[in-house]
Design a protein around this ligand. Structure first.
Ligand SMILES: Nc1ncnc2c1ncn2[C@@H]1O[C@H](COP(=O)(O)OP(=O)(O)OP(=O)(O)O)[C@@H](O)[C@H]1O
Ligand SMILES: [Mg+2]
Length: 413
């Protein structure tokens, strides 16, 4: 992994302590600090060139300093802010050349290497490049004094300090990169932990909704449904005890019984819809089997699960399986509430191959049927939305007196 000080900045993080390698604000402060150090050291260098006695040409030294300042302004500083690799490299080339001139003309200016090495490490894109640029800078700063010395013009000055600076700079660079690397790994770990925590919270939330629905279903079953059952029984008992000729009272009791039965059916439908068959530890076909079996037991209708056309089996994602299961539940609830059917078949099948393969669940009843075009209600509409969300579809085939077939399809993988 390559980590640079600039690359370690996480712009999404506005100075939250800990965790992230460097906050965006922390980086901006560092960059401003670098600008200040540059201005101060360059000021001292220019003052030295102008005021102190120098061996080399003042004009050349001032020009070199000017070029460095200009390069920093146009390339180095923008590269620090924008992390633009090309500008950074261009600036480092100028930096090495200028140091070559400065060292040759006036070795006493090599205190500026402190600035040079710092810029290298802040702009280098990797540890390897950092080391290479540092060595290049040290060589450029040593070349001039060594040539002068070999020609006997000058005593050897500068290279010793440059070498010490080089060693120190590389050691510092490696250390900083290691620290950043660890910091980066820690930041990734924290992000991973945060992601897992969010997933866990979502799972808990979904689990909470299911638990609450199940609790509601139990409540409705134990209170409302029991109450309606009692009313039905009481109305029947009262009707049986009526004296002959009390037709008006018998009619009212029959009405009471009918209304109570209708509401009992609604309450039971609600219980069925609110106690979802769990997919947790079972396959889709097993869950559908349990759903059909429970439906048959509760309604007394002739029910059947047909998986003959399933072929290779079901290879769906969890969300697609849930769409099919909830589709079957809604369709069966509709059969219970609206169809007055005597038999229901739930068929799971797989059609097509490759990209166009689909798994579908059909719920077919022999009830009163209806005109799908004019059917109000949110149940089927919601089902259509859920199916389309996963790239599937909903088909309703029905006509008055013809029974109903509801099909939910989802793409297979
Ligand atoms: N199997 C069926 N047999 C006969 N009629 C049906 C059947 N399924 C649906 N319908 C008709 O279609 C209508 C719309 O169904 P939908 O499930 O969208 O709404 P709903 O069941 O009335 O209410 P909910 O929003 O609670 O589901 C129903 O009101 C009913 O008239
Ligand atoms: Mg419905």
């Amino acid at each position: 992994m390559t980590v640079t000080p600039a690359a370690a900045v996480d712009p999404s993080c506005e100075d939250v302590g800990g965790g992230r390698p460097l906050s965006a604000r922390g980086w901006r402060v560092t960059v401003v600090g670098l600008h200040v150090v540059f201005v101060v050291l360059m000021g001292i260098a220019v003052a030295t060139i102008v005021l102190a006695p120098v061996d080399g040409s003042r004009a050349l030294l001032l020009t070199a300093s000017g070029v460095l300042a200009l390069a920093y302004l146009l390339l180095g500083a923008p590269a620090l802010s924008s992390r633009d690799g090309r500008r950074a490299n261009a600036y480092l080339v100028v930096l090495v050349l200028v140091f070559g001139v400065l060292a040759w003309e006036e070795p006493s200016l090599l205190f500026l290497l402190f600035l040079g090495y710092t810029h290298v490490w802040f702009l280098a894109e990797s540890l390897r490049r950092g080391v290479l640029w540092t060595v290049a800078l040290a060589l450029a700063s040593t070349l001039g004094p060594v040539i002068d010395w070999t020609q006997g013009e000058e005593p050897l000055s500068g290279p010793g300090g440059t070498l010490v600076g080089l060693t120190f700079s590389i050691a510092m660079g490696i250390w900083v990169f290691r620290v950043l690397e660890q910091s980066h790994q820690r930041a990734e770990l924290i992000q991973e932990l945060e992601r897992t925590r969010a997933e866990l919270a979502a799972a808990h939330h979904a689990q909470g909704i299911v638990a609450e629905r199940e609790r509601l279903a139990r409540e409705v079953h134990d209170t409302l449904a029991q109450g309606y059952t009692s009313i039905v029984v009481l109305a029947q008992t009262a009707a049986a005890g009526l004296p002959a000729g009390a037709e008006a009272a018998a009619e009212r009791l029959a009405l009471i019984e009918e209304v109570a039965r209708e509401n009992l059916a609604e309450a039971r439908a609600m219980v069925a819809a609110f106690s979802p068959v769990a997919l947790d530890s079972s396959t889709l076909v097993e869950a559908l089997g349990r759903l059909v079996e429970r439906f048959g037991r509760e309604t007394g209708l002739d029910t059947r699960l047909d998986t003959a056309a399933l072929g290779d089996g079901v290879d769906l994602s969890r969300s697609e399986e849930v769409v099919l299961l909830r589709g079957a539940q809604e369709a069966l609830t509709n059969v219970r509430r609206h169809a007055s059917a005597t038999a229901v078949v739930l068929r799971v099948s797989r059609v097509g191959a490759g990209e166009s393969a689909q798994v579908s669940v059909h719920v077919e009843d022999d009830g009163i049927g209806f005109d799908p075009a004019g059917a109000p209600g949110v149940g089927l509409a919601g089902l259509r939305d859920r199916a389309e969300e996963v790239g599937g579809a909903l088909d309703v085939v029905s006509a008055p007196g013809q029974g109903t077939r509801v099909t939910v399809r989802v793409p297979a993988r």
